[in-house]
Design a protein around this ligand. Structure first.
Ligand SMILES: NC(=O)C1=CN([C@@H]2O[C@H](COP(=O)(O)OP(=O)(O)OC[C@H]3O[C@@H](n4cnc5c(N)ncnc54)[C@H](OP(=O)(O)O)[C@@H]3O)[C@@H](O)[C@H]2O)C=CC1
Ligand SMILES: O=C(CO)[C@H](O)[C@H](O)COP(=O)(O)O
Length: 481
């Protein structure tokens, strides 16, 4: 077989098929392969006319169709399937060739795979891809890790098929080894928080504000024309406005209230604990999904009393809606700030030198959390490349300040009414924790020292200290001399 394809895609389910079509529509010759040949045949039959495809039945045929250095994109089920595919294809490749993994791999697996393949002279490019089925076809946000050398060859192709905002591609080299998959994982963590915050806003508008799903859809449409303008707000309005054809009831009332997850949010929270990154809003959003699915626990709690419901007058309901918008926006700033903190922490830990402004730039289009807001984050980092937190930027700080009263009223009101608002509450608590001059952590240090002689630092002197709590006089000793 003549080596005529600039890229090959193996794994032709929804994502792989549409990425292959995207490459072909952009003028590349694309070799296509799938474990079961039916998907390859279906792609050629349905979409073969869209561009230059080279269908391959066997891995050998597939690899033979690729121009050198070979660029082989894996789009299979994340996990052990990725290792199986690598084991199958790597022996057929030669030094300098590239394996790109566009699945939602755990970044630690990507680091392991990159190391192993580097030893064999191959480039392994763990690449985050976001945008779902439609994004894959029309332009996703792409987050490649791997070597700078591989990006020099691959980058132009990936940038070409990515979404574009203001003429700029939603694709950039994130850093070495697993950095691309790490950033994609945090994208999904933020996605969980954003979705949960929006869901809490809906719940409050319905249960406290007394609005119908159709009315709330209109509210979201209005918000989508303002500073909350985002894909997730847009689709939320569509979902809320949808009526079930069978029953004539709002769609949200016929769907079971148990949220699923494939696991990237969970990975974000697990990794945040290892890094010491306080991503509490993301964590609460992830736990809220978990809790929604624990039907046996929910059944046990259900008979117990809740808060006091109070009907709002039309004026009060209108004012409450404005408060919820403020609370949603303020909480969103915190959730995004937590995501960025985590990326900054990992970048330092793994030596990735991630450009935090570039991450915001490539998330402005193509991905699930795309939003006007991300351009503000990009601009904040452009103005101050050393920005430690979004709240250190004047405009974000002013907006959070302006939202104060409403934000607190919404969280307090939710508690009074007995409506769960875990992500709103976590975001506000995070804000108060990080801005607090004094935290009760001093007492925790005392407790630790009491039961475990874990020592503490004093506010007035250098050094580590321990109080001998068991002795009546409780003498204090310095432990670091
Ligand atoms: N769906 C989405 O919106 C998004 C998905 N992703 C990620 O992209 C990747 C592809 O996702 P998606 O298109 O949804 O497909 P799936 O995750 O459903 O995976 C199905 C594909 O994996 C192949 N596969 C499974 N096991 C093996 C194996 N052991 N050896 C070879 N091939 C195997 C299947 O082949 P066969 O047809 O023979 O069964 C099929 O092509 C995943 O890693 C996913 O996490 C990333 C962003 C968004
Ligand atoms: O990667 C994605 C988008 O960026 C997927 O849509 C995401 O995996 C969905 O996650 P979950 O099923 O956990 O809600």
């Amino acid at each position: 077989m003549e080596a005529s394809a600039q890229i090959g895609v193996t794994g032709l389910a929804v994502m792989g098929r549409n990425l292959a079509r995207n490459f072909a529509r952009n003028g590349y010759t694309v070799a296509v392969h799938n474990r079961s040949a039916g998907r390859t045949e279906a792609l050629i039959e349905e979409f073969g006319h869209e561009g230059a495809f080279v269908p391959a039945e066997s891995p050998q045929e597939f690899v033979a169709a690729l121009e050198r250095p070979r660029r082989l994109l894996i789009m299979v089920k994340a996990g052990s399937a990725t290792d199986q595919v690598i084991d199958e294809f790597a022996p057929l490749l030669e030094p300098g060739d590239m394996i790109i993994d566009g699945g939602n791999a755990h970044f630690a697996d990507t680091r392991r795979r990159e190391r192993a393949l580097r030893e064999r002279g191959l480039h392994f490019v763990g690449t985050g891809v976001s945008g779902g089925e439609e994004g894959a076809l029309h332009g996703p946000s792409i987050m490649p890790g791997g070597s700078a050398e591989s990006y020099a060859v691959l980058g132009p192709m990936l940038e070409r098929i990515s979404a574009h905002v203001d003429g700029e591609p939603c694709c950039t080299h994130i850093g070495t080894d697993g950095s691309g998959h790490f950033v994609k994982m945090v994208h999904n963590g933020i996605e969980y928080a954003d979705m949960q915050l929006i869901a809490e806003a809906y719940h409050l508008l319905r249960e406290v504000g007394g609005h119908s799903p159709a009315e709330i859809a209109e509210t979201f449409r209005r918000w989508n024309r303002g500073r909350l303008d985002s894909y997730l707000i847009e689709i939320t309005a569509e979902v809320l406005a949808h009526t079930d054809a069978d029953t004539g009831r709002p769609f949200v009332d016929i769907v079971q209230d148990a949220a699923g997850q494939k696991g990237t949010g969970r990975w974000t929270v697990q990794t945040a604990l290892d890094l010491g990154s306080p991503v509490t809003a993301i964590a609460q959003a992830t736990f809220a999904r978990v809790a929604s699915s624990r039907s046996e626990l929910r059944a046990a709690y259900r008979p117990l009393p809740g808060g006091t419901r109070q009907e709002l007058s039309p004026d009060e309901a209108e004012s409450f809606t404005r408060d919820v918008e403020q609370a949603l926006y303020a909480s969103k700033i915190i959730a995004y700030d937590q995501g960025w903190t985590m990326i900054r922490d990992a970048s330092a830990e793994y030596g990735w030198s991630i450009d935090l402004g570039a991450v915001a730039r490539i998330w402005r289009g193509g991905c699930i959390i795309r939003a006007a807001f991300l351009d503000r984050i990009r601009a904040a980092h452009a103005a101050d490349p050393g920005l430690v937190s979004l709240l250190a930027e004047e405009r974000f700080a002013r907006e959070i300040t302006d939202a104060q009263a409403s934000w607190r009223a919404v969280v307090a009101g939710a508690a009074r009414h007995g409506i769960p608002a875990p992500a709103f509450s976590a975001a506000l608590a995070s804000y108060d924790t990080l801005r607090g001059a004094h935290l009760p952590a001093a007492l925790i240090q005392g407790q630790r020292d009491y039961f475990g002689a874990h020592t503490y630092h004093r506010t007035d002197r250098e050094g580590s200290y321990h109080t001998r709590w068991a002795e009546p006089a409780r003498p204090e000793v310095r432990t670091d001399t």
